[in-house]
Design a protein around this ligand. Structure first.
Ligand code: 3H9
Length: 696
């Protein structure tokens, strides 16, 4: 017989409800039913208080996401929550691991909450296109106040147990082993005669300032542009200040169902599972050995190398920075120290944590000193000759089992691997800048990289907090290869009649974190300029880069030089339109015989997004990405694609592949550009009446 996921036992005067539903104690139907049965047993026995405890690595991490979209089964979670709060005997929730979503809502319904210090508490539903739908929007403001509750619910970011204690969300932070300390705490409450304390019985305090909600709304509409759940969350938190809990929960339920049935929620839940799928590589058996990683060296202490080294050090891995000269090493270390000091100032880390991270660093200018490390990540200048030189030195100095990784955004990793005597140990690692902040990591497998090396690197990536996506070798891998076509359309649209402002605004309104022109200015126009020259492309010889070449030659490199496509205020960095650029575009269009016309926003969005879709499909067909959802994860985490649209491949399915094909053909007819030839994969899948998602 299966072990019950919820069990109940009376220990002296304390009734203990144990939940044991691995991996994360999600509130699946048997758990909800089990809690109800336990409450019914407790109502009839001699217990004086109840304690909810979870087994395994975490408290309840939320509703069971895999149940969304299936026919709902009673008891519904809000009913379970109401039953907990209505218990005539005090209920204590003991938190460890993650108390998230429905899990925190269970805890909020309990009358007392205790927690071990490492617990994370949060309502992350917004990240799934949802809002807390089991009383969270009504109880959290009642416990921590409207503003703190809104910050938690609209960001979805969990808080620490200590912060929760400060806010009154946790009554007691436990020191020691969970079960015994939580039992002691609950027995102490019994001894003190602690009463039932139903959060829902009071109202939340209204904020002091009259325009609080307007201000909060405008802040959130900027941050979570296009999403429906955050607006509802604000409405519901306000309701908690002036309605009874039942009335508030009834409205919450309506809004929750509206979100749950929305395309946004489907997209964001797809993203949740897509993110977890990237680590599962179909051609690499699960039991492939993972090589031990005790120490890592990073070659190059510049911005990229420093950022990568910080990720490693933060994960407790000793890291040796290697530079050509002591002066560069000192400069790199000084920047790293400054970054940690800023993080401490902003409250991201404590001083003790920062000190512990810094203790993981060492530095050298001598390759002989890294002979024993398990992995080397090279992060030198993006130039094939320089990288080959470094790899030759690494191959000679590092122990035979050492994995050699190259941080590159475009270069052919097969070619780099071929210069060594250990091509099976060579792998690409495309980190995104700033490397200590951006979560995406393209892990580039060469023809020869061994399964153990891939597995080991994917595992290391997770350990250092990255979302690793395995990709194959091609120019620009997945992300930058797709970006090329996207950025090219933006340039052509400029020449054809759209302004930088119109393009950026259209894409932002559609949901991109930033428009492509502003991104160019942020990244620096000189990078593309140098790369084109490296590839032997003459300045201004290509239509789609004529404008960018001209700007660089005018020393307009983007934000860093105060001007690019836009002008930037020296103090505030605020961007302003520049009439000089507008006339420059007109001149270049005239020189290149590009006919200018009025372009509407929907054409801008269509051309940019379909360029991503078509190239993404080509990438899939070539096997550079293993599955469509991997491409989506790259675009969401590296390029500011809106999560609520699921990613370019998912979006193509929501449009319908037949419509995608019609639109591509129409663009081909309009522009005569062969780039609009529908990708073979899209044609095949559409012909078979399937979706790209069916390849996941
Ligand atoms: C909600 O609660 C709505 C309510 O307000 C109202 C309802 C009426 N359900 O992430 P991991 C799986 S919405 C089902 O790799 P970690 C996950 O897919 C929910 N499955 O581990 C994976 O499966 P596999 C609000 C879930 O240690 C395995 O567990 N809650 C759920 O890196 C391990 O997960 C959230 O949004 C779930 N809720 O991180 C929290 N959660 O091994 C979502 C996980 O087959 N969860 N799985 O790939 C998380 O954020 C992380 O999983 C957590 C652990 C931080 C808990």
């Amino acid at each position: 017989m299966n072990k019950p996921v919820v069990s109940y036992q009376l220990q002296n005067q304390l009734g203990i409800i144990h939940i044991d539903n691995p991996p994360v104690n999600a509130l699946s139907h048997p758990v909800r039913a089990g809690i109800m049965s336990a409450l019914a047993l407790a109502a009839k026995d001699t217990s004086l208080a109840l304690l909810i405890l979870c087994r395994g690595r975490t408290f309840i991490a939320g509703a069971d996401i895999t149940e969304f979209g299936k026919p709902p089964l009673e008891p519904h979670l809000p009913d379970v929550i109401t039953a907990i709060e209505s218990s005539p005997k005090p209920v204590v929730a003991a938190l460890h691991g993650n108390a998230l979503g429905g899990g925190l809502e269970v805890a909020l319904a309990a009358h007392y909450r205790c927690s071990v210090a490492t617990t994370k508490l949060g309502l992350p539903e917004v990240k799934l296109g949802l809002l807390p739908g089991a009383g969270g929007t009504q109880r959290l403001p009642r416990v921590v106040g409207v503003e703190a509750a809104l910050d938690m619910m609209t960001s979805g970011t969990p808080i620490s147990a200590h912060k929760a204690r400060e806010l009154g969300l946790v009554d007691e932070v436990l020191e020691g082993e969970l079960e015994s300390t939580a039992t002691d705490y609950a027995n102490r409450l019994i001894a003190e005669g602690a009463p039932v304390r139903a959060t829902g019985a009071q109202r939340a305090d209204a904020p002091d300032s009259a325009d609080f909600y307007d201000q909060y709304r405008s802040k959130i509409s900027r941050k979570s542009r296009g999403q429906i759940a955050p607006g509802f969350i604000i409405e519901l938190a306000e309701l908690a200040t002036h309605t009874d809990i039942d009335e508030g929960q009834a409205v919450e339920r309506e809004r929750f169902i509206e979100c749950r049935n929305s395309p946004q929620a489907s997209a964001m839940q797809y993203v949740f599972f897509a993110e977890r799928a990237t680590g599962k590589l179909g051609d690499i058996p699960k039991d492939t050995p993972v090589l031990p990683v005790q120490s890592v060296a990073v070659i190059g202490a510049g911005t990229m190398g420093g950022g990568i080294a910080m990720c490693l050090a933060n994960a407790g891995i000793p890291v040796t920075l290697v530079e050509t000269q002591q002066e560069f090493l000192d400069r790199g270390m000084a920047t790293i120290k400054k970054n940690y000091a800023t993080s401490v100032k902003r409250g991201r880390f404590s001083q003790e944590q920062a000190d512990a991270f810094l203790a993981n660093f060492s530095g050298t200018t001598n390759y002989a000193d890294i002979g024993d490390v398990d992995i080397v990540i090279e992060a030198v200048f993006e130039n094939m000759d320089i990288k080959k030189e470094v790899f030759a030195k690494l191959d000679a100095s590092c122990k035979p089992g050492c994995i050699l990784a190259t941080n590159t955004s475009y270069l052919n990793v097969d070619e780099i691997a071929a210069t060594t005597n250990r091509p099976q140990q060579v792998i690409g690692a495309h980190f995104f800048s700033p490397a200590n902040v951006m979560k995406l990591l393209e892990v580039v497998r060469t023809e020869k990289t061994s399964p153990e090396v891939v597995q080991t690197f994917m595992k290391l990536a997770k350990k250092i907090g990255k979302i690793p996506v395995a990709v194959g070798v091609c120019n620009g891998f997945v992300g930058n290869r797709m970006l090329k076509g996207y950025a090219r359309q933006a340039q052509l649209l400029l020449l054809e009649g759209a302004s930088p402002e119109q393009i950026d605004q259209a894409m932002q309104t559609w949901g991109m974190a930033m428009g492509p022109i502003a991104v160019g200015d942020l990244a620096g126009l000189d990078i593309g300029y140098r790369s084109r020259r490296d590839q032997g492309i003459e300045s201004r010889s290509v239509k789609e880069s004529a404008l960018a070449d001209t700007l660089v030659e005018m020393e307009r490199l983007g934000q860093k030089s105060g001007a690019g496509y836009y002008r930037y205020d020296a103090q505030t960095r605020e961007r302003q339109s520049d009439p000089e650029v507008a006339s420059l575009i007109e001149n270049i269009a005239a020189q290149l015989n590009v006919k200018r016309r009025e372009i509407n926003d929907s054409e801008i969005v269509e051309r940019l997004v379909l360029a991503l879709v078509n190239e993404g499909a080509a990438i899939l067909k070539e096997g550079i990405a293993a599955r469509p959802s991997d491409i989506d994860i790259v675009y969401l985490n590296g390029y500011g694609f809106p999560a609520w649209r699921g990613g370019p491949m998912y979006y193509a399915d929501t449009l319908g592949l037949d419509i995608v094909i019609d639109k591509l053909n129409a663009l081909k007819a309009l522009t005569g550009d062969p780039c609009w030839e529908p990708s073979a994969l899209i044609l095949e899948i559409s012909e078979a009446s399937m979706t790209l998602g069916s390849l996941n």
